[in-house]
Ligand binder design. Sequence first.
Ligand SMILES: Nc1ncnc2c1ncn2[C@@H]1O[C@H](COP(=O)(O)OP(=O)(O)OP(=O)(O)O)[C@@H](O)[C@H]1O
Ligand SMILES: [Mg+2]
Length: 260
Amino acid sequence: MVEVIRTEAATVAFDGTVVLDRLDWTVQEEERWVILGPNGAGKTSLLNMLSTNSHPTRGNVSVLGNELGLVDVFDLRPLIGVVSPRTTSLIPSTEPVRDVVMTSAWAITGRWRESYEDDDLNRADELMRVMGVGHLADRAFSTLSDGEKKRALIARALMPNPELLLLDEPATGLDLGAREALVQRLSVLAGDRSAPVQVMITHHVEEIPAGFTHAMLLRDGQVVAAGQIDATLTDENLTKTFDIPLSVSKVFSRYWAFAV
Ligand SMILES: Nc1ncnc2c1ncn2[C@@H]1O[C@H](COP(=O)(O)OP(=O)(O)OP(=O)(O)O)[C@@H](O)[C@H]1O
Ligand SMILES: [Mg+2]
């Protein structure tokens, strides 16, 4: 087993307020994790560390065997694909979708006289096809629907062939059809042993792709439960996490939950 993420008493505090509290967590190569929790639970703060955009206030975080603070993050970043509201906002609106995907091979946004090899072009086209946006390659990014944008951004995140893929609420704002199209594609990725390890934040158990193996429930910066997904997504744990009586079921490898 290869360890992809290790956090040891990882704590994030802003102006003395702890938003992630002494997190101990490991992720192995073959695992796919979903992180759930109420607004403000600390999910994005955790992801920001994993994407090397922040450091723990206290404790240690290692990503792909490199401890944050002891490694040049610019060496590590090409190995980590990120799709988050922040990365979306960095895309120039007029940029054609193919360039949005291609430029991430250089970990930049906005194409400016880089030269690309045929292999890069072929890889970008293949990833756009896999994510169902191949027919949109020449369109300006801003003209895509939200669902199409999300899928294009996942193709972009996969372009440098990362070893870790971090997704912060990728399905938020999508209609039912667009959500299902995205979840299906993420499910294919989850089942692909050659795909990067995936860690996804979501607000809804319905958005967990089939094939995800582990879950972490966070509340007020603390872990309510974490581990193998079926053992973690229980009525009791979800009720504790969201502070409302909840019942969760699993149908065709997907979850759904409602208040009881
Ligand atoms: N840069 C910052 N300065 C001060 N407080 C911050 C900062 N970033 C996050 N916080 C606070 O940390 C807490 C956790 O925020 P975080 O974004 O990690 O939550 P989240 O679980 O992702 O929530 P959501 O589901 O709403 O996205 C929140 O109370 C937030 O206000
Ligand atoms: Mg968040």
